[in-house]
Design a protein around this ligand. Structure first.
Ligand SMILES: [Zn+2]
Ligand SMILES: [Zn+2]
Length: 268
């Protein structure tokens, strides 16, 4: 039995979608492993094997800590070198891509961040460049806000941490906000690596319509999504689990910790 067969016993079946949830009125196709293999995707090669994070905005110490921990998590989750680039100030945004939302907060046009900020800053060895901003983002004038935006083939994306902490990151909501940021960023990079929305089990690759829905998804990739990930990156599955275990332990992400522990127990 393979590693993936063994841990598949710990996959948790998806429940029937409720109104408002991602799967409720969408008819997405189940991506099998064979489908995945035929998909166009980003694959790490020796000269291009690093995930870069580009912080954009004015960050306080707690927000900086959240970014460093997200870097550590992505390095662990993908088992790839992950680096944080020097912070870019939000004064790189021209007036024309900013607006004031009804809550009084300044918002940035997400597409501008992708096309005009990130695309031409991708380091030579970058497999993926993921912008992280503390500003709220909007995708187009008629939309209220968006958590992030990505161009999957180009390996470029941006995520806003603003709403993960309801606009105010504190010691009290830090763990919850970090849990959301690591899920959303590993999900988006997962898409870049060719993994479609997961219909196999409760999984970080499940589609989501809201933070409540994101909170109900595991950070754990299900056995099928792990198989897809591993076929591109060829890491040691056991080492990855042990690395994840120590990350979740250190960050008191206890429900994720218990899932990793369950997988480790199943393997032994
Ligand atoms: Zn998605
Ligand atoms: Zn999955």
């Amino acid at each position: 039995m393979t590693y993936f067969d063994k841990i598949s016993f710990n996959d948790v079946k998806l429940s029937r979608p409720q109104p408002g949830e991602w799967r409720y009125n969408r008819d997405e196709k189940f991506q099998t492993f064979a489908d995945f293999q035929k998909t166009r995707k980003i694959i790490p090669v020796q000269e291009k094997n690093t995930i870069y994070l580009q912080p954009i905005g004015e960050f306080n110490d707690l927000q900086k800590k959240e970014i460093i921990l997200t870097k550590e998590y992505l390095k662990t989750y993908f088992q790839l070198e992950t680096k944080v680039l020097p912070i870019l100030s939000s004064n790189i945004f021209p007036k024309s891509v900013k607006r004031i939302f009804k809550d009084g907060q300044e918002q940035i046009l997400a597409g501008y961040v992708l096309d005009s900020v990130l695309m031409n800053r991708k380091p030579k060895d970058a497999l993926v460049l993921m912008g992280i901003t503390e500003r709220d983002l909007f995708p187009k004038p008629e939309w209220n806000y968006v958590f992030g935006l990505a161009s999957y083939e180009k390996g470029v994306g941006v995520t806003s941490m603003y709403r993960f902490a309801d606009g105010n990151l504190t010691e009290a909501n830090f763990t919850q906000s970090l849990g959301r940021l690591i899920k959303i960023s590993s999900h988006e990079i997962g898409h870049m690596f060719g993994i479609s929305h997961c219909l196999n089990a409760n999984c970080v690759m499940n589609g989501t319509n809201s933070l409540t829905e994101t909170d109900s998804h595991f950070a754990r990739a299900c056995s099928l999504c792990q198989q897809k990930l591993n076929s591109s990156t060829c890491y040691n599955n056991n080492k990855r689990l042990l690395d994840l275990k120590s990350f979740f332990e250190n960050q008191h992400l206890n429900s994720e910790l218990s899932k990793v522990q369950k997988d480790l127990n199943t393997l032994n």
